[in-house]
Design a protein around this ligand. Structure first.
Ligand code: PLP
Length: 485
């Protein structure tokens, strides 16, 4: 029966799939078109969604005709809408329509890239889009890219490769224990928590993690890095890897890559750059100076699924020498070998998972749909909006810009006279909660220098200046309302 699903229990035959699929696309388009009129988030109650679901999976196949209504009831009110124009939370989540369609194509094909042979288009589209992306970032040609699921995993891969390079491939013999000398990883207190996690999972041990001192701009101090390395060398430890960040999560600090690279190189340490959030700005030539020295990194990661607009997950991991990846990650079971091996890329050798999703589709479609010019225009719009908001905060009595606006994120606090210490913290958290409970904007409180502040991360693709202005107005009203309550 051509076009028919022959599994008796399933009600999703090809015609039903087609009809429901059409309705779902309409549902998605309507949701997106009307998102600005909805609350960014509701007051969530733990367990509310679980209570709408049966305790066990259905024994028989169910009719999914009412799926859209179910989604409206069960899902839409129970998520923070990251694509909402008044979403200023943790960091932007890429959600451009072209990328959403890329996901649809990927799931429709449902091919798995075990090897080049299993889906040549999957591999080759990834190779080509990675080269495009490298060039867009102004990186030299010897860099090769691969799509990982997350920056966390990319950093884990980087530190694992660093460990093996420093230990002369200890994993081929007795592992780190057999190597005998402690290997040390350097980063800062502003690095993302994933750096510490990756180092611990890669077996370095907490005793061998060094949070290097920062300067007044929250950036890693290269002299402090050199001093920490000297101290470790004197104690017989091996400087293995430095993780520098361009755009730290909390305050968007930029570590000075060129100076750090000089120190790292002098000691043979692997330099990994976490540009998960800020790396998108490499597409802007006028921003490249902020990343000076990045072409000396052994590896770097940029999350295209953040500000750039590609739907999660799409972490672009770029390496200066991909042979180091292959040396550590290669596997070649007989059933995956083919006559083309050696002439083609097998991306299972460039990371942990064997199976690979067709993620390049969504990146490819976003790049084509937006064009470089379109992406650049949106990034510049957001940078401009952030600068504007920073100026408003600075010019408003009793409001403090906690850090200079370093990218598209604004760190602010209401600092009325007489409120200090924990009372100030309670005030900050109260007005931030009030803003979020209003459903008219979504913001993220976060701790900086031991005190709560609020971050507004601008970068949802629907966010225009008037949305930022409305959020700023709401923030001020909320802070005053909390004072008066
Ligand atoms: N690095 C930085 C600087 C980040 O801001 C984030 C997420 O916010 C991460 C790493 C972790 O990203 P992922 O969720 O892709 O692991």
């Amino acid at each position: 029966m051509a076009g028919q699903n022959t599994t008796k229990e399933s009600l999703m035959d090809n015609a039903t799939f087609r009809a429901l699929g059409h309705r779902l696309i309409d549902w998605a388009a309507d949701l997106r078109a009307g998102l600005g009129e909805r609350p960014v988030a509701h007051d969530f109650v733990p367990g509310a969604v679980a209570a709408m679901l049966p305790a066990a999976a259905p024994q028989q196949g169910e009719d999914l005709t009412d799926l859209c209504a179910e989604l409206d009831r069960m899902v839409v009110p129970h998520v923070v809408h990251w694509q909402h124009p008044a979403y200023f939370g943790w960091f932007p989540s890429g959600g451009l329509e072209a990328g959403v369609l890329g996901e649809l194509i990927s799931a429709s094909l449902s091919v798995i890239g075990l090897s080049w042979q299993s889906a040549p288009a999957l591999t080759e589209l990834e190779t080509v889009t990675m080269a495009w992306f490298r060039d867009l970032c102004g990186l030299p040609e010897h860099y090769r890219g691969v799509i990982q699921d997350s920056a966390s995993v990319s950093t884990q891969v980087a530190l694992t490769c660093a460990r093996e390079r420093a230990s002369g491939m200890a994993m081929q013999a007795g592992g780190l224990a057999g190597y005998g000398r402690p290997l040390v990883v350097y980063y800062t207190v502003h690095s993302h928590s994933s750096v510490e996690k990756a180092a611990l999972l890669a077996g370095f041990g907490r005793d061998n993690l060094r949070a290097v001192a920062c300067d007044g701009d929250d950036a890693m101090d290269p002299a402090a890095l050199a001093a920490a390395i000297d101290e470790d060398l004197a104690a017989g430890r091996v400087p293995c890897a430095v993780v520098a960040t361009c755009g730290t999560t909390g305050v968007l600090a930029f570590d000075p890559i060129a100076a750090i690279a000089t120190v790292a190189r002098a000691h043979g340490a692997w330099l990994h750059v976490d540009a998960a959030m800020a790396g998108a700005a490499l597409l802007l030539p006028e921003w490249r100076a902020r990343f000076a020295g990045i072409h000396q990194a052994d590896s770097l990661v940029i999350n295209a699924h953040k500000w750039l607009g590609v739907p999660f997950d799409c972490s672009i991991y770029l390496v200066a020498d991909h042979r180091q990846l292959e040396a550590v990650m290669s596997t070649s079971p007989s059933y995956l070998q083919s006559g083309q091996d050696g002439a083609v890329a097998n991306y299972r050798d460039w990371g942990l998972p064997l199976g690979r999703r067709f993620r390049a589709l969504k990146l490819w479609l976003v790049l084509r749909d937006q064009g470089v010019a379109g992406l650049q225009a949106r990034l510049r719009r957001d940078l401009d909006n952030a600068r504007w908001l920073g100026d408003q905060v600075t010019a408003t009595p009793d409001w403090q810009l906690v850090r200079p606006v370093r990218l598209q994120t604004v760190c602010l606090r209401h600092d009325p006279p007489g409120l200090t210490g924990e009372a100030l913290d309670r005030h900050t958290l109260a007005w931030a909660a009030r803003v979020n409970a209003s459903g008219q904007a979504w913001i993220s409180p976060s701790i900086c220098d031991g005190r709560w502040m609020v971050r507004l991360s601008i970068g949802a693709h629907a966010t225009e200046r008037h949305h930022v202005a409305a959020a700023w107005d709401l923030i001020q009203r909320s802070a005053l309302a909390v004072m008066e309550a």
